[in-house]
Ligand binder design. Structure first.
Ligand SMILES: Cc1cc2nc3c(=O)[nH]c(=O)nc-3n(C[C@H](O)[C@H](O)[C@H](O)COP(=O)(O)OP(=O)(O)OC[C@H]3O[C@@H](n4cnc5c(N)ncnc54)[C@H](O)[C@@H]3O)c2cc1C
Length: 563
């Protein structure tokens, strides 16, 4: 039961169903998914929404307070490394991997009683709800899903046949979780500097032996990891880097030859283990072509980057729903907070980036579905939407979770509430899987190499063409599209990469504004059109910082900020 008590002066949203109380999510589902699938999934989403607002949130809180520990020896003195996870985390693993199949859903056509594969949107909507309670575990879930995708795409058929059943199992005793070990002390963003060495295994034809030190390894006790290493004697730089699949256990059942040196003491994602690993002649299998390691790993990284964007969107949604709940319940100066003009303005500032990210989740997931189905131009589109959502939504999540914390007042700073966890977790999104700078540069790379800027502009024109709106707004959107494109082209010129972040932000904002206007037409309600206008006004059009407001914000407040 929700712990809601309108008479208590300190409001608590715990126990609320995070799906049932999210009408915008419910209204967008039929825009992006077939109606029959939406009806089929609704009971599952209702249950996950209830869990995320209740039991899962409790588990996440407990797991955050009891981080995993590394055990090096058994009590009888055997050298047996083990990551000891709190039972709350183990229970969340069962929900994520087992009941909600978040890692398997893209690889199995037989889930949730639905015959046939689920579109990517379903996985991301489930993740969007799940992450509103627990962020840390979503990393191992996403790495397992991404590893499976990359293995299926590039791995030899016998490797795929050997590992696919365990990677996609819903049974926790059979499940093989995934990880990726790329980063080294001197090779993070700059993967070409990888020094881990791979040599043919003389005892096992076809196998390789890895030696080196991996500096950041989340989910370090995963059953399988994708590892980047340099084949002994291969050329320097990126061309010498290959991709390997590293099993935790060898065929004879013994542990593979690598050790977890220690676990990191992290600001956020404290529920989940991240470690340092030393490879000491560990047996591994080459995936795909030698020397194509980075290109192949990029597929896995892009999938993880998209998942990161989705997670940032979910964190923002949780922060916003908490802030709105407090504002509707809490009183100051004899009025509800939501009636106070200055608070209303702050709430709109939280809502707008959260809704932009939500639209971007749907747009990117749909582009990915079309790309995987082989539709012309869809790959180029997904290729640019992915770094765009990773770049901007992860940055926005830092600010939105921080500012939402303030809405709870002093309680927001207290570790009994969700706010500190959200703030700590949100800061990681902009760092791992590529820092903000690296991901903004990747937007330019997509434009340069994959014709992605053209694909994006074509897509936005199509959305505009499908949307009825007044001529003034249409002209504004078109003008801004042209300017965002020109800014990106300027950033692409030699020596101009310092513009990359501004270009990425501009493309993100015009994409969300146009798509929100389109969604508004599909849903048949003015709300998202109003948000599109706000994106234009506050993110894209020139503004005079000394001018009083025009109408758009006040109008939006009257729509979204009902008591
Ligand atoms: C909690 C946690 C878990 C992690 N888990 C994993 C994991 O499971 N597997 C894994 O492989 N890695 C993992 N990482 C590593 C993470 O992906 C890297 O830390 C990240 O990619 C940055 O690399 P780096 O730390 O070497 O920083 P650097 O690459 O040294 O970057 C330092 C700064 O320089 C900037 N910079 C670098 N190049 C450029 C450029 N060309 N232009 C402008 N600025 C630039 C960066 O933006 C950054 O601000 C994890 C990290 C953390 C914090």
């Amino acid at each position: 039961m929700p712990h809601l008590d309108a008479t208590h002066p300190v409001p608590d949203q715990h126990g609320v169903n995070l799906f049932a109380t999210d009408p915008a999510l419910q209204s967008l589902l039929p825009v992006y998914l077939a109606p029959a699938l939406v009806s089929h999934l609704t009971p599952h989403l209702m249950r996950l929404g209830e869990l995320a607002g209740g039991r899962l949130d409790e588990l996440a809180h407990t797991a955050d307070k009891h981080p995993p520990e590394l055990q090096h020896r058994s009590r009888t003195g055997r050298d047996e490394q083990k990551v000891l996870k709190h039972p709350a985390y183990v229970e969340m693993e069962r929900l994520a991997f087992g009941e909600y199949a978040l890692a398997a859903i893209s690889h199995r056509p037989d889930l949730f009683g639905w015959q046939g594969p689920m579109p990517a949107t379903v996985k991301y909507v489930l993740t969007y709800l799940f992450v509103q309670a627990e962020f840390g575990l979503c990393c191992p879930v996403s790495m397992t899903d991404s590893l499976t995708r990359t293995l299926k795409k590039f791995g030899a058929p016998e490797l795929v046949a050997r590992y696919l059943p365990a990677l996609t199992s819903l049974d926790m005793d059979e499940l093989a979780q995934g990880a990726m070990f790329m980063t080294e002390q001197s090779a993070g963003s700059d993967i070409a500097a990888t020094t881990t060495l791979a040599r043919p295994d003389p005892a096992h034809p076809g196998a390789w032996l890895l030696e080196g030190d991996k500096w950041f390894c989340s989910n370090p006790d995963a059953a399988l990891a994708m590892v980047l290493a340099r084949v002994d004697g291969a050329p320097a730089g990126m061309k010498g880097v290959s991709l390997f699949l590293l099993p935790r256990d060898l065929e004879n059942g013994s542990h593979n030859r690598y050790r977890i040196i220690r676990l990191k003491d992290k600001l956020g994602t404290r529920s989940m283990a991240s470690g340092e690993i030393r490879l000491e002649g560990a047996q591994a299998w080459l995936v795909g072509e030698p020397g194509r390691g980075f290109a192949q790993m990029a597929d896995m990284v892009n999938n993880s980057r998209l998942s990161n964007g989705v997670r940032a969107a979910g964190l923002m949604r949780r922060a916003v729903s908490e802030a709105f709940h407090i504002a509707r319940q809490r009183e100051a100066f004899g009025r509800k907070l939501i009636e106070l003009p200055l608070m209303r303005r702050q709430l709109m500032k939280l809502l707008l980036p959260s809704e932009q990210a939500r639209t971007m989740v749907f747009q990117t997931a749909e582009a990915l579905r079309r790309a995987d189905a082989g539709e012309a131009g869809a790959y180029s589109l997904a290729r640019i939407l992915t770094p765009l959502i990773k770049f901007r939504a992860c940055r926005d999540a830092r600010k939105v979770t921080g500012d939402a914390m303030e809405v709870r007042g002093g309680c927001g700073y207290i570790e009994e509430w969700s706010d500190p966890r959200l703030v700590r977790d949100a800061h990681l999104g902009s760092i791992w899987e590529g820092t903000s700078n690296i991901v903004a540069l990747d937007v330019l790379r997509a434009a340069r190499r994959e014709q992605s800027l053209t694909a994006l502009m074509t897509h936005l024109e199509k959305l505009l063409g499908e949307t009825a709106m007044d001529d003034g707004l249409r002209t504004q959107l078109r003008d801004v599209m042209a300017r965002a494109k020109a800014l990106t082209e300027a950033a692409l010129a030699d020596g101009s990469e310092a513009l990359a972040r501004r270009a990425a932000s501009a493309l993100y904002h015009i994409t969300t504004a146009t798509a929100m206007a389109w969604e508004s037409g599909r849903i048949g309600s003015p709300e998202r059109l109003q948000l599109a206008r706000l994106v234009l006004q506050h993110r894209l059009l020139p503004a005079d910082p000394l001018a009083p407001d025009n109408d758009a914000t006040a109008q939006a407040e009257s729509i979204f900020l009902t008591a």
